[in-house]
Design a binder for this molecule. Sequence first.
Ligand SMILES: [Ca+2]
Length: 89
Amino acid sequence: MAILLGVMTSLLLIVGGTVTVAQQPTQQPTQNCDPAYPTDLAGNKICIPSPPPDLDCKDITYRQFVVLDPDPHNFDSDKDGIGCEGEQR
Ligand SMILES: [Ca+2]
């Protein structure tokens, strides 16, 4: 009986070992960057989260950046493809 238990334990260890080998690749922490605002005008990557909440230019530090459709935050109110031009014009 003790031998049988020993065999059973070994089998369980083998099964447990194969399970732990099959690990999922670790994922990058996901940032909620809205694809409508990929870069500033110089081509530097920027990250503005998708709504909600709805953001206005006063809520973000970026100025004069690329805006793509559908512009969920409506940063580009004059629809020229540049967001938050503000007082620079
Ligand atoms: Ca604009």
